[in-house]
Design a protein around this ligand. Sequence first.
Ligand code: PMP
Length: 296
Amino acid sequence: MYYNDKTKVYLDGEWVKAKDANLSFYSQTFHYGNGVFEGIRSYDTPVGPSIFKAVEHYQRLEKSARLMHIPFRHSVEELVQISYELLKKNKLQNAYIRPVIFMGENMGLTTRKENHLFIAAWEWDRFLGNSLVKVMISSYQRPNPKSCHVDAKVIGHYTNSILATNEAKSKGYNEALLLDANENVAEGPGANFFYEKDGVLFTPPEGNILPGITRATILELCKEMGIEVRERYFGADVLKDIDSAFFVGTAAEVAGIQSIDDKKVKLKWEDSIGHSLHWAYMRRVTEKEITDFSLA
Ligand code: PMP
């Protein structure tokens, strides 16, 4: 599914077959989750595949690495170029690109310099599917920003996302919505959250969330479309009386929400601001972004 016998991946400067790519069982990442990654999408456009906000994604990878004291050995420009080459080598247009920086052999708990870069790509459907999402307020909180860097995309943080998703799915929901350490709404396991009330959108501010690149794009689109957005903290009780809600993320794109803890949102998805933003987002991502690197 993620690869076949012919799939090529990038590993430390080499193009290797996915089936032959290897890492050491003594990697610090394998044991303790110290490593950073990204999730990026490319879209088919009339002038070839375009990687949406490739620069922003690799800048965030660099920031995640810095926050985890992992030396970053590549330039953002080089990584964007490698990503386009990866698509070409695998003949991919609409694809999901997954760069991972993982650590060398080390059973200790300090970060050593040695690290490796792996980049793979595959075709991946929207992560929350195409139907409206039934959401459960999770019993798991997002990690406390005083215990880790929540604004970094760190591999180990995703055990929290897995617990919340397992809980939601085992109870018959499609997705979890997690609170922060102060019991305010934070985000989903892999996407940011917005709700609509009386023609205004609300979303949690930065601080307890992964500041999503899709979230930033939605804020840009709202500005362009004259939609008011308020970034502020709110508790789960507020969600009992809302007009609509949606998740946003690279893998999820803009995913409409049907209900939260079985309480249905008031508006039909087609009549909500989220729906208009979904189409505006799809238009934006399929426009060719002209950067010096994407012309390679
Ligand atoms: N929050 C979390 C926890 C995520 O994993 C993601 C996916 N990267 C997002 C939000 C959305 O971020 P982006 O829009 O940059 O994909």
